[in-house]
Design a protein around this ligand. Structure first.
Ligand code: MCA
Ligand code: AMP
Length: 455
């Protein structure tokens, strides 16, 4: 997995830089070895958890888990107590703290032999929201991760000559799998900017950044900061993903940076499966063609050209942790993964994502947020009788979370704060609207599409 750390790419003092702190591979491997030794001393553990701040400590923890063959559960640093408890209880993971500077005594240092784990063993367990209920643990094997990173290296001509720049959270596929493990696998230098601001991305370009990752919100903020955007003209490749890149943002980036950004599509459960290619034709609104090893199909009604995107390939997850029924339900009878995304394939095989099957899955700022999880948090408030949550189109965030509630004696601000004490901060509603009743059909099922009627 960690080609770079085996020394193939040599060492350099500035191999990995996160939020202003820099380490060589040797220093990273030292800290990761200490984590691996600590994990070994715990005896058999199912998994371990780290609070995944944007830091060298998080990188060391994840690499340490790979060395020890113990799966890592990266937890959102802003998770409220309820979400944190759920993740720890559901995964059975042991929380650990990492001190980057500490070194294990030589006797207990991590073994230098290859990790005990087989490629099919779990490497990461990432918690992600479904349409209802609490987040589920997506189990990702080393084999799936390496298959994906190698396919992406191929698609993007990503190599040890690159300096990867991004500032994305380290508890999701985008920032962690692509943004950290991808750099280690290809041997490219990594500059994590702490936060993905236009100024930080521009500064990194002046310091040699060549490959840039961002969610559409990040790219739209860069497009609105022409000076910062101009600095990115020195880059080799700009890549957007996690949500749809609006065409006006694509056009603005092209005008300001001289680059046509490459879009790619993926999910926590499948990793990245479809992408544009470096040096290939790229068009706005399209996510490219399947990566090496991935097969896709559109499950369309007879005569229709759009339908659910389904896929198979070596990058798929091993299952939802401890939920065989949910895992089975995610696949068709003939074994294809049901993405829940509605797509079309153009004549040249280029895929376009045109929507999602369920209104209950919200994408805000690139974060995937289940409406049901927020509704449950709101319903825990003693003053709330009914709650319905939807994503409303938003120029900056793609969608913003809006909660419709039936409640008396409580303010919208209090309810927003209440959600933040339960769940991650980014799951707070941006707006709370008070209504007399949630519209329902004859069966009592909420009719969310009616919530915005009459506005
Ligand atoms: C946010 N704020 C709020 C509320 N929400 N305040 C009051 N009420 C609210 N409801 C606060 C924030 O805490 C922040 O405060 C300030 O408002 C600005 O927030 P925001 O606009 O959200 O900006 P941001 O904090 O800068 O976040 C934008 C972001 C972020 C950086 C684009 O959304 C982000 O990091 N997204 C990346 C998500 C991601 O990596 N997804 C990948 C999933 P303060 O300034 O005090 O902090 S993996 C995936 O999807 C796959 C596999 C794939 O395809 O990649
Ligand atoms: P997550 O599991 O957080 O990675 O979210 C996966 C979802 O993000 C997918 O099911 C899509 O709905 C959405 N997504 C990811 N990349 C793109 C993209 N390039 N265009 C449109 N939607 C995307």
């Amino acid at each position: 997995m960690l080609t770079a750390l085996t020394g193939v790419f040599g060492d350099r003092a500035d191999a990995v830089s996160v939020a202003g702190r820099t380490a060589s591979y040797e220093e990273l491997l030292g800290a990761a070895g200490t984590v691996a030794a600590d994990l070994a001393s715990l005896g058999p553990v199912r998994a371990f958890a780290v609070t995944a701040t944007a830091s060298l400590e998080t990188v060391a923890a994840v690499v340490g888990g790979l060395l020890a063959g113990v799966p890592c559960v990266p937890m959102p640093p802003d998770a409220g107590p309820a979400e944190r408890d759920h993740i720890l209880r559901d995964s059975g993971a042991r929380p650990i703290e990492v001190d980057f500077a500490r070194r294990a005594p030589a006797a207990s240092a991590a073994p230098t032999r290859p990790p005990a784990a087989a490629p099919e063993d779990p490497a990461l367990i990432l918690y992600t929201s479904g349409t209802t209920g609490a987040p589920k643990g997506v189990v990702l094997s080393t084999a799936a991760i390496t298959a994906d990173l190698d396919a992406l290296a191929d698609a993007w001509e990503w190599s040890a000559q690159d300096t990867l720049v991004h500032g994305l959270p380290l508890f999701h596929v985008h920032g962690l799998v692509l943004g950290v493990l991808g750099a280690l696998r290809t041997g490219s230098r990594l500059v994590h900017t702490g936060r993905p601001t236009p100024e930080a991305y521009a500064e990194a370009a002046e310091a040699g950044g060549s490959l840039y990752f961002g969610v559409p919100t990040v790219w739209s903020r860069i497009a609105a900061a022409p000076q910062a955007a101009a600095a990115l003209s020195r880059a080799r490749l700009l890549v957007s993903g996690s949500a749809a890149l609006p065409t006006p943002v694509f056009r603005d980036l092209e005008r300001l940076t001289g680059h046509r950004p490459v879009e790619r599509y993926g999910m926590t459960e499948t990793l990245i499966t479809v992408s544009g290619r470096a040096g290939g034709a790229v068009r706005p609104g399209a996510v490219g063609t399947p990566l090496t090893g991935i097969r896709t199909r559109i499950a369309a009604e007879p005569g229709a050209e759009i339908g659910e995107l389904q896929l198979v390939g070596p990058t798929l997850f091993s299952g939802y942790l401890g939920r065989p029924e949910a895992t089975a339900a995610a696949f068709t009878e003939d074994g294809w993964f049901r993405t829940g995304d509605i797509a079309a394939v153009d004549g040249d095989g280029v895929h376009r994502i045109v929507g999602r099957a369920s209104t209950d899955m919200i994408k805000s700022g690139g974060y995937r947020i289940g409406a049901g999880e927020i509704e449950n948090a709101l319903l825990d408030h003693p003053r709330v009788r009914e709650a319905a949550v939807i994503g409303v189109p938003d120029a900056d965030l793609g969608e913003r979370i809006v909660a419709f509630v039936v409640a008396e004696g409580v303010t919208g601000a209090e309810l927003t704060e209440f959600v933040a004490t339960h769940l991650s901060v980014h799951k707070r509603p941006r707006e709370v609207r008070f209504i007399a009743a949630v519209p329902r059909n004859a069966m009592g099922k909420p009719q969310k599409r009616l919530l915005l009627d009459g506005e």
